[in-house]
Design a protein around this ligand. Sequence first.
Ligand SMILES: Nc1nc2c(ncn2[C@@H]2O[C@H](COP(=O)(O)OP(=O)(O)OP(=O)(O)O)[C@@H](O)[C@H]2O)c(=O)[nH]1
Ligand SMILES: [Mg+2]
Ligand SMILES: [Zn+2]
Length: 320
Amino acid sequence: MARRRLSQQQRHRIKKAQQSVNLDDENNYPGTVISHHGGEVEVEPIDQDQPNIACKFRSNLGTLVCGDRVVYQRHKNAPAIISILPRQNLLQRQDGFGQIKAVAANVTQLIICLAVEPAPNLFLLDQYLLSAQQQQVKVLIVLNKADLLGAGDSDPFDLLKIYQPLGYPVLQTSIKSGLNIDRLQQLCIDHTNVISGVSGVGKSSITKAILPQQDIAIGELSEANKEGKHTTRTSRLYHLPLGGQLIDTPGVRGFKPVFEEGLPISAGFVEIEQQAQHCQFSNCRHVNEPKCAVRLAVESGQIQPSRYQHYLKILQENPS
Ligand SMILES: Nc1nc2c(ncn2[C@@H]2O[C@H](COP(=O)(O)OP(=O)(O)OP(=O)(O)O)[C@@H](O)[C@H]2O)c(=O)[nH]1
Ligand SMILES: [Mg+2]
Ligand SMILES: [Zn+2]
């Protein structure tokens, strides 16, 4: 099979990053991880005219996730990934047992998908925002199923009221009416987007609305508790028609942040971080210290009580 040609710049960048893997070796090919399931990884060659290839990998390579750039070899019958190229970032969370779960790599925008039904959990939202801040990923908050909002019910969960003033974009969408699907697509251009949220909010429905020709499974909500049924089992990366990529992910039950060294929890709460500079003590944790500007701002209504409560809860769960 003909070897794809890399531009000088690509070759230089990849070579510099990965000196141990020789891309001049004609057996080595660069590609992107599209999905990972059952011990096998689907890799898209950088030359997208080539078909995707199912690869095995050595367990000592570490975790491979959607968005990873890899080097693989096309051994007859047994294509294998031999190396993961250095990541720009790795979006991670902790599961209910405190285990770190990698979500996606080389992500530039996290689409936090909420819905009118099942209704948003603002603690989960604040955990997402903190994770995005820790891992230097831009954020877009989506409230899907806007068709279920009653007339005059423009902001029932206070998302616009609380989050827009903090600088987070909030977009209401609907698959049923098509509301803001074009706008969402525009906001995805030039980004590697990952869409995440609890089961049933419509992550795959949004993906399918942008990519109608793709075979993407959509689930029903349970009649009993109006929760999703965890329809999407593995993440998958799609190329968007207007540019950019979108990684659809399985529904989460939580998104407990993984902390970067040296970045305090307050760094994930922009308004707390801003007020913190006026606290009497530079190491104030804003719990019960005297002359705490953050607590004063909560009392005066400058900081939303729910945001402060969530900050305290995360602080309590993660004593340093
Ligand atoms: N009314 C309404 N229903 C929607 C909308 N978007 C999705 N749904 C419905 O919500 C249900 C769940 O949709 P999915 O796209 O499977 O949800 P998901 O977030 O991918 O769920 P998991 O894969 O389980 O994490 C389906 O019955 C969809 O038809 C919307 O904008 N309005
Ligand atoms: Mg899904
Ligand atoms: Zn303080």
